[in-house]
Design a binder for this molecule. Sequence first.
Ligand SMILES: Nc1ncnc2c1ncn2[C@@H]1O[C@H](COP(=O)(O)OP(=O)(O)OP(=O)(O)O)[C@@H](O)[C@H]1O
Ligand SMILES: O=P(O)(O)OC[C@H]1O[C@H](OP(=O)(O)OP(=O)(O)O)[C@H](O)[C@@H]1O
Ligand SMILES: [Mg+2]
Length: 279
Amino acid sequence: MLRIAVPNKGSLSDIAIQTLTEAGYATRRDTRELIVPDPRNDVEFFYLRPRDIATYVGSGALDVGITGRDLLLDSGSPALEVAALDFGESTFRFAGPSGRFSALEDLAGVRVATSYPGLVGSFLERAGVAAPIVKLDGAVESAVRLGVADAVADVVSTGSTLRKQGLEIFGPVILDSTAVLIAARDEVPGLPTFERRLQGVMVARQYVLMDYDLPTGLLEQAEAIAPGFESPTVSPLRDRDWVAVRVMVPRLETNAIMDALYDLGARAILVSPIHAARI
Ligand SMILES: Nc1ncnc2c1ncn2[C@@H]1O[C@H](COP(=O)(O)OP(=O)(O)OP(=O)(O)O)[C@@H](O)[C@H]1O
Ligand SMILES: O=P(O)(O)OC[C@H]1O[C@H](OP(=O)(O)OP(=O)(O)O)[C@H](O)[C@@H]1O
Ligand SMILES: [Mg+2]
C-alpha cells in the first residue's frame, strides 16, 4: 500500500486534489477528512500542511508526497524530488523598497524577512553574504513597512503582492519553484504507477488531438509542422490521393499549427480534447 502526502491547505491544495481526481484516485469529501484510504488503487492519502510534507516523506513515515520544490529545499529533508508537476509555479526572490537595493551584496548586515529561513539562509551563506534573517509565518511583504525587516525574500508569482507593498525585486533568482512529486527513496513499490497516472493527467491538460485530411504528397512537410509524440498516425482515405492524419499537439500551439497545416493544404482539421493518457 503506497502512502501518499497531499497538501491540505494553501495554493497547492485544490489543484493537487483535482489532479488526483483526474488520475482516478479517491479524494477527501470535506476539509476535515485527514486520511483517505483508496483500497481499490492500493494507496492511502494523508492530508497534511504543505510545509510538513517533506518532513513526513524524508523521515520515511510516508512513501511519497506532493509539495513545493521551495518547501522541500527549505525543510532540509532528505526526501528526493522524483518529478516536477505542472502547477504551483513560482520564483523565489529578494525584494526591498523601490530603489533601495540593486545587488545581492547590498544585503550585507541587512535584516531579511522570510518564511523560508532554510532556503534563504543557505543561499546567502553560499553567496558569502552575512545578513540576519527574521523568520515570519506569512504575509512577509508587510515586514518592511512595519519595520521588522529591511528586505524580504518570498514566493513571487504575479508580483502583485510585492507591488502593493511598494517593494521591488532585486538580485539573483533564489529558486525557480514548482509543485513536485517527492519520495522517501529511489525505489518505492507502487510509485511508478502513481507517477505515470499524474503524468497522464498533465499530458491530457497540455495536449489536444488533431485530425486532418492531407494530400498524400505533403506528409513530410506536415510532419515537420506537427511531429506528434512518436510519429503521426496516417490512415488511408477512399480517395487514394489523400490521407487522414492524427497527431497530438501542445494545446497552446493549436491555432498556430492549424493555420500552418491549412496553408500547406490540409483540410477538415478537427481538434478534440484528451480525456486521459498514458504515454
Ligand atoms: N501565488 C502563488 N502562486 C503559485 N504558487 C504559490 C503561490 N503562493 C505559494 N505558492 C507555492 O505554494 C507552496 C506553499 O503554499 P502556500 O504558501 O499556499 O502554503 P502555506 O503558506 O504553507 O499555507 P498558508 O499560506 O495557507 O499558510 C509553495 O511551494 C509556493 O511556491
Ligand atoms: O506574486 P503574487 O501573485 O502576488 O503571489 C505571491 C504571494 O502568494 C503567496 O502568499 P499566500 O497567499 O500563500 O500568503 P502567505 O504569505 O500568508 O503564505 C506568497 O507568499 C506571496 O505572498
Ligand atoms: Mg503561503
